[in-house]
Design a protein around this ligand. Structure first.
Ligand code: KG4
Ligand code: ZN
Length: 355
């Protein structure tokens, strides 16, 4: 089975062809991506209008590149998948409409993929991984601890009550004058810094319900930065290292609680899985690997290139859904909001845009 996947929910335009072999393994035949980071950097974050226009400019080019690199024509595919949300609605409309057009002209089925589900299933593209598994989904817009029981079957155990994990990295970077996106920048500086220099809070530590709250940590970073300003490179490195140590402690503690809750309420997971952009963070991976191993589980994380947004994860989610006969029609709306642990309907009226 071969699927084209299109991703346009945020600031990356991506297209990929993925094949599922008879052995059940996924093979990435092409994985094209164009980042818009340079166009947003001056603003310190993603500007939705700029993002939507940039997706329009390159979506068709990337699809062609992905097909060419895979040596495929549309007729060689079994379906066309696109992220139909959640995300910036202008971008989502571009990707979904492109997929609808391709599905119409080729007569292939359309698969409207939830971007979060694509992150959640992406480890199954590269690893043999059975349901149910405990997933930490950590990206710029989302921080969730979910039990993944099957395709389309998710139980949310915990979430953030304020900032997302990636957002906390991005805001910390911004406060320190580092460029967007902040996660890789903070990680780079943290490697050179002293994690013990600043005493930062670990919000929610020890709390039973596995939720996150990160705004207190963000405020503490701001106060420390203001206290030692003007910041030297050493100060920036030390703040980054101290922040990263704090957020890793929080993530490990919250994940430990989720594991406990999952075992008590659902059953033993087969593995601990991390996905989303923050899963690219090496310190986070190491700490979670220790936690998983302490609990007799493996830590499964997608390769770094598949952690952040990409087309291959959309294509793979399309394969998982198409195998179950789950396809979508031309009336499928793009969604700004689309929680994973809910059935697609009812959608908030303002999130529906007719295309
Ligand atoms: O999944 P993703 O590519 O896009 C969203 O769906 O949000 O995640 C992007 C987020 C950004 O907040 C970025 O700063 C963060 O992931 N990120 C990282 C790292 N690489 C990306 N955070 C921490 N450490 C990293 N190495
Ligand atoms: Zn994402």
């Amino acid at each position: 089975m071969r699927i084209l996947g299109i991703e346009t929910t945020c600031d990356e335009t991506a297209a990929s062809v993925v094949e599922r072999g008879h052995d059940g393994h996924g093979h990435i035949l092409s994985n094209e991506i164009l980042s818009q980071i340079a166009q947003h950097q001056a603003y310190g974050g993603v500007v939705p209008e700029i993002a939507a226009r940039a997706h329009v400019d390159v979506a068709d080019i990337l699809v062609k590149r992905a097909l060419d690199a895979a040596g495929m024509k549309l007729r060689d595919l079994d379906g066309i998948a696109a992220a139909a949300g959640p995300g910036l609605i202008g971008g989502v409309m571009v990707g979904l409409t492109t997929a609808k057009a391709l599905a119409l002209v080729s007569g292939k089925p359309l698969i409207a993929v939830n971007h979060l589900e694509a992150h959640a299933l992406s480890p199954r593209l590269t690893d043999r991984l059975d349901f149910p598994y405990l997933l930490l989904l950590a990206s710029g817009g989302h921080s969730q601890l979910l039990m993944v029981r099957g395709v389309g079957d998710y139980v949310r155990l915990g979430t953030t009550i304020d900032d997302a994990l990636g957002e906390a990295f991005d805001k910390t970077a911004k406060m320190l004058g580092l460029p967007y996106p902040g996660g890789p920048e903070v990680e780079r500086h943290a490697l050179l810094g002293n994690p013990d220099r600043f005493t930062l809070p670990r919000p929610m530590l020890g709390r039973k319900e596995p939720d996150f709250s990160l705004s207190g940590l963000k405020t503490a970073v701001r106060l420390e930065a203001e206290r030692v300003a003007p910041l030297t490179t050493t100060d920036v490195n030390d703040i980054c290292a101290s922040f990263q140590a704090a957020i890793v402690d929080v993530v490990v503690d919250r994940t430990k609680m989720a594991l406990r809750l999952a075992k008590a309420s659902i059953g033993n997971p087969t593995a601990l899985v991390i996905a989303g952009g923050v899963a690219a963070n090496i310190a986070m991976r190491k700490a979670l690997k220790r936690l998983a191993n302490d609990n007799g589980l493996a830590l499964i994380a997608p390769p770094l290139a598949l952690c952040t947004d990409n087309g291959a994860m959309i294509a793979w989610a399309g394969i998982e859904r198409l195998r179950l006969g789950l396809t979508d029609d031309m009336a499928t709306p793009p969604r700004a909001r689309w929680p994973l642990d809910m059935k697609p309907a009812p959608v908030q009226p303002e999130a529906i845009v007719d295309v």
